[in-house]
Design a protein around this ligand. Structure first.
Ligand SMILES: Cc1ncc(COP(=O)(O)O)c(C=O)c1O
Length: 400
């Protein structure tokens, strides 16, 4: 029997992520610039082993038990302090612990998005956010970016157009620092302008911030949430890229009424985040392990970014351009318009043995078929150089 005829209408919006599909190629003889996967050598395995042993020894019965939906109190306190060091004023009541930041996006969509609601995003934007939001049937409006992040002037234009047609945007989802997929970072002025516009048009902002921990070029700009005086910004972050994605712990920082509603939504989704993972993160924060990770990670990823940028410079044919990220894990590549990076992927994988994520999936407007996201976080340096050379050959052949 084909049970798919029983699927709900919304199941039509559930489409496989190309990134998750590409993860299957890791470990074969393919060089993968696919997922934003941390270098496993960055996992502090010995320290985590000690922490897990000690947590189980000292409070195993609590660490293996059910826990509150919002997260264990001590971790909410510790996370409030952690974001406080990034300029965000929050108490434990403003923190919701989630099962990775991906769950936060699902919960936010569940709580805030009605069918037809206008949600503005950077275009391109994070594929997983498009997946999470789409199920709730918003009208996604993508705003172009430049090297300084989302074009606030174009956002303003779109908002005015919407207003003149009687519609109104409700939410604005942005990744202002080391954006996924482009690697771009918005400067302070851009951030202030975005907040002012959000005030003027009464928009709620979702700020997704997994990558600012490895901003390489001096101090990173403050999170939007640190500039937010009205409680208009809902801040989302994660321990995935800093400690280990396998812990599946993220967090939301928001006004208390938002945290309470998200927690009720979470009861129907995951009930709570993994208790052992929460205790492990609590200890990692208390012992300064997370802070000690940061300089190491910046060093690892900075060297890889540099290797990717110099290989692109050396090998790419003319007509191809790319971003020069100040941090994070991604370079965004734009091939000449006639090069279809979606259509080329099977050839890239089977013939050239290199993986990338076609850029079209990150676009909310169906565009971007000549673009691709390259992640420099996972392959070692020599593989980055070799992979870029292979990719350049593929694009040069396709460009003719
Ligand atoms: C922008 C962005 N948001 C959220 C996530 C989800 O991360 P996690 O669920 O591991 O916290 C990712 C992962 O790559 C991401 O790039």
């Amino acid at each position: 029997m084909d049970a798919s005829r029983f699927f709900a209408r919304r199941a039509a919006y559930l489409r496989a992520s190309q990134v998750r599909e590409l993860l299957k190629w890791i470990g074969r003889d393919v060089i993968s610039f696919g997922g934003g996967v941390p270098d496993p050598a960055s996992f502090p395995i010995d320290e985590l082993r000690r922490i897990i042993d000690e947590v189980l020894e000292a409070r195993g019965s609590a660490a293996l038990q059910y826990a509150p939906t919002e997260g264990i109190d001590e971790l909410r306190e510790e996370l409030a302090r952690f974001v406080g060091r990034r300029g965000i004023r929050a108490g434990p009541e403003n923190v919701l612990v989630t099962s990775g930041s991906q769950e936060a996006l699902e919960l936010l969509a569940r709580v805030f998005v009605d069918p037809g609601d206008v949600v503005v995003t950077e275009n391109p934007t994070y594929l997983g956010a498009i997946q999470a939001f789409s199920v709730y049937e918003p009208s996604l409006v993508g705003v172009p970016m430049d090297e300084g992040g989302v074009r606030v002037d174009l956002l303003e234009e779109r908002l005015r157009k919407l207003a003149s047609s009687g519609a109104r945007a409700k939410l604005c989802y942005v990744i202002p620092t080391c954006q996924n997929p482009t690697g771009r970072t918005a400067g302070l002025e851009r951030r202030k302008a975005l907040l002012e516009l959000a005030e003027e048009h009464d928009l709620l902002i979702i700020e997704d911030d997994p990558y600012s921990y490895f901003y390489f070029e001096g101090p990173e700009p403050p999170p939007l949430k640190a500039l937010d005086k009205e409680g208009r910004v809902i801040y989302v972050s994660t321990i995935s890229k800093v400690l280990a994605p396998g812990l599946r712990i993220g967090w939301v920082v928001a006004e208390e009424e938002v945290v309470e509603k998200l927690a009720i939504a979470k009861q129907g989704v995951t009930l709570q985040s993994p208790t052992l993972g929460m205790h492990v993160l609590l200890e990692a924060l208390r012992r300064g392990l997370v802070d000690r990770q940061l300089p190491r990670l910046r060093q690892i990823y900075r060297v890889r970014r540099d290797a990717m940028l110099s290989a692109l410079e050396e090998h790419m044919p003319s007509g191809v351009s790319w971003t020069r990220p100040c941090g994070g894990m991604f370079v965004w590549l734009e091939a000449p318009p006639r090069v279809d990076m979606d259509a080329l992927l099977p050839v890239a994988l089977s013939v050239h043995k290199v993986a990338y994520v076609p850029g079209s999936g990150f676009h909310v407007d169906g565009g971007g078929r000549n673009t691709a996201r390259l992640s420099f976080s996972y392959p070692p340096l020599e593989k980055i150089r070799e992979g870029v050379a292979r990719l350049a050959k593929l694009i040069a052949e396709a460009a003719g």
